[in-house]
Design a protein around this ligand. Structure first.
Ligand SMILES: [Cu+2]
Length: 125
C-alpha cells in the first residue's frame, strides 16, 4: 500500500510541475513581454537558431518593433529578416509571434512608437 501511495503522490507532483511549466505559471527564458509602452525584460539570451517569443498581452499596447536604435529601424547583418524590415512589425494587444534568431550576435530590438522601449537579444552560437 505504501508504494502505491508514494507512486500516486509522485505522479501528482509531476502533473503539477507539468501544469506550471506549460500554462504560463512560469515564463520561459526566451519570452519577451510588452507592456503599454515598454518591454518587460531588458535582455534575453538564446542559442542561434532558436526563437524568441514576443508577446503583446491583452493589457499591452500597440507596438512596431524592429532591430534599431532609439526610434529608428536600422537593419543589422545576421538579424532576423522580419526585424530588419525598415517598417518594423506591428503588434497589437493579444498578438504574439515567435521570431527565430539565426546568427550569433547582439541585437537591439526597439519600438519605433515608444522612445526608450528596447530589449537586447544576445544570441550565442
Ligand atoms: Cu511600443
Amino acid at each position: 500500500m505504501r508504494v502505491v501511495w508514494q507512486l500516486a503522490t509522485g505522479l501528482a507532483a509531476l502533473a503539477l510541475l507539468a501544469a506550471l511549466a506549460g500554462c504560463g505559471g512560469t515564463k520561459s527564458s526566451n519570452e519577451v513581454d510588452m507592456g503599454v509602452a515598454a518591454f518587460q525584460q531588458t535582455s534575453v539570451s538564446v542559442k542561434a537558431g532558436t526563437a524568441v517569443h514576443f508577446v503583446d498581452p491583452p493589457t499591452g499596447g500597440t507596438h512596431i518593433i524592429c532591430v534599431g536604435q532609439g526610434t529608428q529601424c536600422v537593419a543589422q547583418t545576421g538579424a532576423p529578416a522580419a526585424l530588419n524590415d525598415p517598417h518594423g512589425i506591428q503588434f497589437v494587444q493579444g498578438d504574439s509571434r515567435d521570431i527565430v534568431f539565426p546568427s550569433a550576435g547582439t541585437y537591439n530590438v526597439v519600438c519605433i512608437i515608444h522612445p526608450g522601449m528596447q530589449v537586447t537579444i544576445t544570441v550565442t552560437s
